[in-house]
Design a protein around this ligand. Structure first.
Ligand SMILES: [Zn+2]
Length: 162
């Protein structure tokens, strides 16, 4: 195991240490509005500055109305996932979890998803899209014992698909 992978494991164990940016009425929102979503939706454009916390929670750069949970390591996002919850329906969705290749199998994804479940107890968890065949094992592993099991489900009437 490399030093970076050890650091990633350590980071996974600190998934409850989350810095937050509400993002409401920030310049990124404004940029999305004045450009009718054109610029704000390009990956990279809406990246809010990285926080000094191990993990961070910000507006999603890709999906309007969604949030992004990410883990900071060596100045980049070692892991990130978009998510959305509906308290009315007791449902949560996660979409496009991504771990940088050098940090895979260090527990970042499962720790990040677990932190979201702890912060939003009682929800059933789903994904919007179908799972690619090569990620089936991943979803089976992280979805074991989880209500909803991260099975595909269309968004409820209260949220958008982004
Ligand atoms: Zn709902």
């Amino acid at each position: 195991m490399t030093i970076d992978q050890k650091a990633a494991q350590e980071l996974a164990s600190r998934a409850h240490e989350v810095g937050r940016v509400s993002g409401r009425n920030g310049w990124l929102d404004l940029l999305q509005r004045v450009s009718r979503g054109r610029f704000g939706r390009q990956r990279g454009w809406t990246r809010v500055p990285k926080l000094d916390t191990p993990w961070q929670d910000t507006l999603s750069g890709e999906r309007q109305g969604w949030r992004e949970r990410a883990a900071n390591l060596n100045g980049e996002f070692a892991f990130s996932v978009d998510y959305q919850v509906c308290p009315d329906c007791q449902l949560g969705w996660v979409e496009q979890p991504y771990t940088l290749p050098e940090y895979q199998r260090c527990g970042l994804a499962s720790a990040g998803l677990a932190a979201l479940r702890i912060e939003h107890p009682g929800l059933s968890w789903h994904t919007l899209g179908g799972h690619l065949r090569d990620s089936k094992g991943f979803w089976e592993a992280v979805g074991a014992g989880v209500p909803g099991g991260y099975q595909q489900r269309s968004p409820c009437a209260h949220i958008t698909a982004g």
